[in-house]
Design a protein around this ligand. Structure first.
Ligand code: 5GP
Ligand code: MG
Length: 194
């Protein structure tokens, strides 16, 4: 069984797009009446562990005022997500009531993770909640689970790097790659993936 890694988003492409996303996010908040009046910091909540690399690069490029917090959600141990439901393991420590939250995650896939976080943060309820994801597998999440800021739409492949791991590996690579191995490729082709 041999694993293969194929780069799909190079480091320079990632960084360029993240700079653009920071401008989009700045522009959004600078247009909000409450921000213009109060300059209250936006509470940026990263979903551990996958979001940390993206979040670190994104917040350095924002010019709005922010505070940082994290939420830990259980992760899938391998390349298949079928039948697995994420759980919140560690909630954010900030008082979110009346605050403005920007939720940051690495990837929007089935949407279960964002759905569970959005449901759990209803009480005490933030004043507003926006979501930013670096990657989105298009058409997989139900229509009520959406991200407000999206870096890249990617095909429905299992990806690693730039925060995303396979069994703890590949997380710190500065680029995004499709991961596959001979066995995984064969089992997927049984379901018509070729
Ligand atoms: P969802 O709950 O939307 O299906 O998936 C979100 C979470 O599942 C992500 O935060 C990430 O941790 C994990 N995930 C989903 N797709 C992938 C993938 O292609 N590769 C890796 N490494 N993790 C993924
Ligand atoms: Mg995750």
């Amino acid at each position: 069984m041999a694993a293969h890694i194929r780069t799909i988003i190079a480091e320079s492409t990632l960084q360029k797009r993240i700079a653009e996303m920071a401008l989009e996010i700045d522009e959004y908040y600078l247009q909000q009446n409450w921000y213009q009046k109060t300059q209250e910091p936006v509470v940026v909540i990263g979903v551990l562990t996958g979001a940390v690399l993206f979040m670190a690069d994104l917040v350095k490029k924002l010019s709005i005022r922010v505070e940082l917090d994290f939420i830990r959600v259980s992760t899938y141990p391998g390349p298949t997500t079928i039948g697995k439901t994420p759980k919140i393991i560690t909630p954010p420590t900030s008082k979110l009531y009346d605050s403005h939250v920007l939720l940051v995650d690495d990837i929007l896939d089935s949407g279960k993770t964002l759905q569970i976080i959005q449901d759990s943060l209803v009480w005490p309820s933030p004043e507003s909640m926006q979501t930013a994801v670096l990657l989105r597998k298009q058409g997989k999440a139900p229509s009520n689970v959406t991200a407000d800021f999206v870096g890249f739409d990617i095909p429905d492949d299992f990806v690693v790097g730039y925060g995303l791991d396979y069994d703890g590996k590949y997380r710190t690579m500065p680029y995004v790659a499709v991961w596959s191995d001979d066995e995984f490729a064969t089992s997927q082709s049984n379901f018509g993936w070729g």
